[in-house]
Each structure stands twice: as C-alpha cells, then as structure tokens.
Design a protein around this ligand. Structure first.
Ligand code: RFL
Ligand code: PHB
Length: 399
C-alpha cells in the first residue's frame, strides 16, 4: 500500500475542509485533503448563498476578500412577507452596522481551491472507499490516526497526527465514532425545499421570506443577472412533477405582494428538491478525530446558517491546532467541541424558529396558521422582535 504522511488529514473538500486547509497553511501546518467527488462536481454543486458578517470578515482576514468585496452583494436588510405585504427589517440599523453578503458557496469554494492550488499542499479528488482509523480514541494507542482510500485503482494510506472530519452529513467520519461515545439529536420536518436558479435579474435588492396560504417561498439571488428561488413542497415530491410553468406560477402566487411586486421570470438553469432536517452530534470530537461543518450538524436552510457554522468550526479548530503545534498546549483542542456544540444549538434554535414561523404545517390546522400570522405581526411591529431576528441572522462574531 502507498503510504503518505501529513500533520492534519482532512476528509472532504467542501467549504469546511478547504477553509480548514487554508487556515492551517497560513499557520505553517501541513494538510492533505481527501475528497470522493471530482473537483468540477464540488465547484458546481448549488448550495448556500448568504454569508454572515463573521464569515465575510474571516475571508478578508485570511487573504480571500478581494473578489468577495468586488462581486459579493452586501445586504443591509431582508423582507418578511405575509398577507400580501412586504415588511423590511433593517438589520444593519438594528445591529450596529452588521450586514450579510450574498456570495454563492460555489464562489467561496472556487476561491479556496485557487488558494490551495497556489501551495504545495496535496488534494486527492475523486477517490473511493475512504475509511478512517482513529485507534487512540478508545484508549488503546496502536499506531496513530490514518485515512485509507483507493485512487486510480491503488489502495493508499495517509498517516497523520489528527483527522478533520469535514465530509458532510453523509460522510464516513461521524459514523466511525462508536455509539457509546456520542449522542445524536435529530429532527426531520414534514416538508422540503424545491430550489431553482434562473437567468433573471433580481426583482428586489434584498431577500424576501414569504409565508403564503399555499406555503413558504423565498426570493434570493446570486448576482445582478441570476435569481435564486425556493418553494416549500412535500418531502416526497418528485422534481419531474414540476414543469417550469408550474414553478413560476407557484412562485408568483406565493411571492406576489399587493403593491404588484413579483420576481422576474427567466430561463431555469437548475432545479432540485432538498429535504429538511436538524441534526446535532455531541461531542464533535473523538480522540484525534475532530468533526466540523455538516459532518457534525445540519440546520434547516431557513436561517441561512449551515455554511456559516461550518466556517466558525474550522476557524476554531485551526486556532486550536495552531496552539498545539506552537507549544504543545491542548486547552483549545479540549474546548473545541463544547464551544461548537453551544454555538450549534443557538443556530438550531434560530433556524427552527424561522422554519416554524414561515412554513405551512402539513396538518393545515387553522389555529396554527393564525398563530403563525400573529407571530409575524408581532415580529414586524416590535423593535425588540426585529432586533432579535436581526442579531441572529447577521450572526455573532467568531469565538
Ligand atoms: P459539504 O459542503 O457537504 O462538504 C462535504 C464534502 O465531503 C465530501 N465527502 C467525502 N469526501 C471523502 N470521503 C467521503 N467518504 C466523503 N463523503 C462526503 C463531499 O463530497 C463534500 O465535498 O459540507 P461542509 O464543508 O461542512 O459545508 C457545509 C455547507 O455545504 C452547508 O452547511 C450549506 O450549504 C447549507 N446551506 C446554507 N448555509 C448557509 O450558511 N447559508 C445559506 O444560505 C444556505 N443555503 C444550504 C442552503 C444548503 C442547501 N442544501 C442543498 C443542503 C441552501 C440549500 C438548498
Ligand atoms: C440562498 O440564496 O440560497 C439562500 C438564502 C437564504 C436562505 C437559504 C438559502 O435562508
């Protein structure tokens, strides 16, 4: 078997794995990234779009802020729509100037790949049968951690001091932790999101989250020429049942407001259905294996927190590993999981609240619907309630 060595072996080249590799490189720590998909697939996958202030600051501080500053769309507020009216929440005014930036996850990943390619750090794309071994965790130190995988038909092994499990919700790192040493908390929701990308100029400069009798809809964007839109749909819905005409008709019905506002139509270039879940793994560490990002937690997308939580995890992990390699101290590594789990639960609470306030429940119980409308009435008429939404939405500084 081919053998390779590094300091930190990173499983997964999503935003978490790539950002961790970049931050560790800036600290002079060597990494190898192992990814089971191709580079094109990882770059093209359509996902998140909203970066919190803390994520934008991190990108700038780690030298990746130039294109983001040029092409990212800074938003000071968002709209909440219900009963045919849009209500603006001025997040910047309510949070002392904190904002969000629309910059696709694809763009973040492209910037991170370009930065990695400018270093000597290895990335193995398109590998198969990835397995992690973390013998110390059980207390019987028989060799250090390792990651094995098949590349171009050959079995290879990467030996490392630490494994960073950045392999998303369906990866191999989290399942490698024995049930006796972890607790999983999970909740699935009785609906999903149908998301589309359309070649159409955004009809609003800011996002619109809408609750309509027919269900939730979200208006977002990627650039001055690309609109991103979502519809609540049943979790077992079939994308084949959604013609472009049906999608536009449903989007316009759910988003149109009494003042005549509605999204502009354009050619649909991508459509997919994503189920919704909340998930927390506690702890986020097992011996020398550290979980980060979606490998450790999933939030429903309504709060736009997933990518931002992943960035907060890897920033904390990079600081902790740097402290370890600088002077052998393990305090920050030991605190990594508890801090991350606390931040995760705060994001879970906010994402769950946004989700339950804005989605039509499957039971269609009129009591629930009226209570939701009262929640929204309160939200848009109370400075305190708007401030609470704003400070959660723009996010807390990395810590
Ligand atoms: P990722 O992006 O899933 O990356 C994990 C990587 O690991 C690879 N992998 C493996 N590699 C090697 N061996 C294995 N056995 C492997 N198994 C998997 C995968 O191929 C992949 O490349 O996780 P990461 O890096 O933790 O990043 C998390 C974010 O991707 C995710 O939280 C966000 O996309 C969530 N999300 C949003 N987050 C936000 O902060 N703001 C948003 O506006 C937002 N909108 C969204 C979203 C997610 C969505 N979907 C599709 C789930 C909107 C949607 C529709
Ligand atoms: C997106 O633009 O993809 C997006 C925006 C806000 C969300 C989720 C997704 O809450």
């Amino acid at each position: 078997m081919d053998l390779e060595h590094t300091q930190v072996g990173i499983v997964g080249a999503g935003p978490a794995g790539l950002m961790l590799g970049h931050l560790l490189h800036l600290h002079g720590i060597d990494t190898v990234v192992i990814e089971d998909r191709s580079q094109d697939y990882v770059v093209d996958r359509v996902r998140a779009g909203v970066l919190e202030q803390g994520t934008v600051d991190l990108m700038r501080e780690c030298g990746l802020g130039d294109r983001l500053a040029r092409e990212g769309l800074r938003h000071d507020g968002i709209y909440i729509a219900f009963r045919g009216a849009r209500h603006r929440i001025d997040m910047a005014a309510l949070t002392g100037g904190r904002t969000i930036t629309v910059y696709g996850q694809n763009e973040v990943v492209k910037d991170l790949i370009a930065a990695r390619q400018a270093t000597a750090c290895a990335t193995h794309w398109d590998v198969d049968d990835v397995a992690v071994s973390n013998p110390e965790a059980g207390g019987t130190a028989a060799g250090g951690p390792s990651i094995s995988f098949t590349q171009a038909g050959r079995r290879r092994m990467l030996r490392c001091d630490f494994i960073a499990g950045c392999d998303g919700f369906h990866g191999v790192c989290r399942p490698s932790i024995p049930p006796s040493r972890r607790t999983f908390y999970e909740r699935t929701y009785p609906f999903a999101w149908l998301g589309i990308l359309a070649e159409a100029a955004p009809a609003s400069e800011e996002l619109v989250y809408s609750l309509h009798d027919r269900g939730f809809a979200l208006f977002s964007m990627r650039s001055p020429t690309v609109t991103r839109l979502y519809l609540q749909c049943p979790p077992d819905d079939d994308i084949a049942a959604w013609s472009d005409d049906r999608i536009w008709s449903e989007l316009k019905t759910r988003l149109r407001t009494a003042d005549g506002w509605e999204p502009y139509e354009g050619a649909i270039t991508q459509k997919s259905i994503t189920p919704m879940r909340s998930f927390v793994a506690d702890p986020m560490r097992d011996g020398r294996l550290f979980l980060a990002g979606d490998a450790a937690h999933i939030v429903p997308p309504t709060g736009a927190k997933g990518l931002n939580l992943a960035m907060a995890d890897v920033w904390r992990l990079s600081q902790a590993l740097a402290e370890f390699y600088r002077g052998g101290r393990t305090d920050a590594l030991d605190a990594y999981s508890a801090r991350g789990v606390r931040r995760t639960w705060l994001a879970q609470r906010f994402s769950w609240w946004m989700t339950s306030m804005l989605h039509r429940s499957e039971s269609r119980n009129p009591f629930d619907h009226e209570r939701q409308l009262a929640e929204l009435d309160y939200l848009v008429s109370s400075q305190a309630a708007m401030t609470s939404l704003a400070e959660n939405y723009v996010g807390t500084p990395l810590a």
